[in-house]
Design a protein around this ligand. Structure first.
Ligand code: GDP
Ligand code: IMO
Ligand code: MG
Length: 428
């Protein structure tokens, strides 16, 4: 079982961090391949310690795995260093980290532009995390990006920065009325980061190929999620990378033929942070229940997450798009105590029924969910570890998700802790 991809099947925060951590002891490498510190992955280790990881792969908390930040990630060095320091202070061995020299850097002008453009958009804003993600990927595509490897050559760093700031300072100052950035001050700041990051920068592709040749297991840990994918999500209310399984090959330099399994993580209901269409969103007591019991507040920005029922159209779309072989349904425990737990099985859009995602964004904005009602359960399921011990209605709910998505549900989450799961089929 060489390479395994783990992705979010909804709009993020499905519990990818927890599932990566669950697999951490059985894999040799955990690799982040897309996004940056817009991600917030929560891991609660068996000793009850809680970690919020943004750039570091969640495998950091499994002492035996090597951890890699791939070429497809955008790296804010200040954030990464503070994460490295924070983990080291808590006794985590961070010497296992390697970062691709081809990963792009988030520079001060990226975060500044991200925030100012959002303000400028007003009501039409994306609701980004304000971490500079969009502008950093924008520069990468426009071939104006600065990469981790450029930190190792002060001359090149200054030259690239000088060129890029010529344009960005015009934008910051003349268009958005902000202070221009000083090339030398930014160069100095980044050269200091360079000294500390130097030992971690590596040719990660060859490392991963060698590991795969030795028959080792490489887990590609997705950030964000399918519906936030730049190409396949709810554009423009998406992030600026490809978090889907295809993106794992590009973002880590792994050939598609090396991937033998795709694990899709989905909540037993749905959440979304930021703007954009969300057909099953709830504005009633049920929504309040999900937010309160599920503690649905962002790990990165602390924003309230929008909550709604499980959307099987989205889950089936994610299953087919990513080639999901195993679903992990997290947070089933959060549904306990609800009399009815509806599942959205299709949409009605202007009098027409849709079983799959409609072609246009306008239609998706107008989608009204078609629900199938399921009876709820009242029993506390947080201590349940075997499927047979789940209440019959909870079992049926999972079986229905399986049927609607057309792939097996291998793990069901019943609590935030590493061991709080019902394993139906071992993932590895
Ligand atoms: P990620 O971004 O996909 O890694 O997910 P986040 O960490 O942002 O959000 C998921 C939240 O749900 C975290 O607070 C997890 O600790 C929590 N969580 C994960 N799985 C479960 C579960 O099965 N039950 C409960 N109650 N909480 C869970
Ligand atoms: P994890 O890995 C949930 C959302 C933002 C915004 C949109 C674009 O924890 O699941 P960006 O800053 O990326 O330009 O914002 O994407 N978003 C996330 N939502 N979980 C995430 O990551 C997210 N990363 C970005 O809220 O709507
Ligand atoms: Mg998250």
């Amino acid at each position: 079982m060489p390479a395994i991809v783990l992705i979010g099947a909804q709009w993020g925060d499905e519990g990818k961090g927890k599932v990566t951590d669950l697999l951490g002891e059985r894999v040799d490498y955990v690799v982040r391949y897309s996004g940056g510190n817009n991600a917030g992955h929560t891991v609660i280790t068996p000793d009850g310690q809680k970690y919020a990881l943004h750039l570091m792969p969640s495998g950091a908390l499994s002492p035996s795995a090597m951890i890699v930040i791939g070429n497809g990630v955008v790296v804010d060095p200040k954030v990464l260093l503070s994460e490295i320091d924070g983990l080291a202070e808590r006794g985590v061995d961070v010497s296992r980290l390697r970062i691709s020299g081809d990963a792009h850097l988030i520079m001060p002008h990226h975060s500044a532009l991200d925030r100012v453009v959002e303000r400028y958009l007003g009501q039409a804003r994306i609701g980004t995390t304000g971490r500079g993600i969009g502008p950093a990927y924008g520069d990468k595509v426009a071939r104006m990006g600065i990469r981790l490897q450029d930190l190792l050559d002060p001359g090149i760093l200054r030259k690239k920065l000088d060129l890029v700031l010529r344009e960005k300072n015009q934008m910051l100052f003349k268009v958005y009325n902000r202070k221009a950035l000083d090339v030398e001050a930014v160069a100095q700041e980044y050269l200091e980061y360079a000294e500390r990051l130097r030992p971690y920068i590596a040719e990660t592709r060859v490392m991963l190929w060698d590991a795969l040749d030795r028959g080792e297991i490489v887990l590609l840990e997705g950030a964000q999620a399918t519906m936030l994918d730049l190409d396949h999500g709810t554009y423009p209310f998406v992030t600026s990378s490809n978090p889907t399984a295809g993106g794992a090959c590009v973002g880590a330099g792994i050939p598609p033929t090396a991937i033998s399994k795709v694990i899709g993580v989905t909540k037993a209901y749905t959440t979304r942070v930021g703007s954009g269409p969300f057909p099953t969103e709830l504005f009633d007591d049920n929504g309040a229940h999900l937010r309160k019991v599920g503690a649905e507040y962002g790990t990165t920005t602390g924003r309230e997450r929008r909550c709604g029922w499980f959307d099987a159209v989205v889950a089936r779309y994610a299953t087919r798009l990513n080639g999901i072989t195993d679903l992990v349904v997290t947070k089933l425990d959060v549904l306990t105590g609800l009399a009815k737990v509806p599942i959205c099985v299709g949409y009605e859009i202007e009098g027409e029924r849709f079983d799959d995602m409609p072609m246009t964004q306008t239609a998706f904005h107008h989608a009204t969910p078609i629900y199938e009602e399921h009876d709820g359960w009242w029993e506390d399921i947080s201590k349940v570890r075997s499927e047979a011990d789940l209440p019959a209605n909870a079992r049926r709910y999972i079986e229905r998700i399986e049927e609607l998505c057309g792939t097996r549900v291998s793990v069901v989450g019943v609590g935030p802790g590493r061991e709080e799961n019902v394993i139906r089929h071992p993932l590895i």
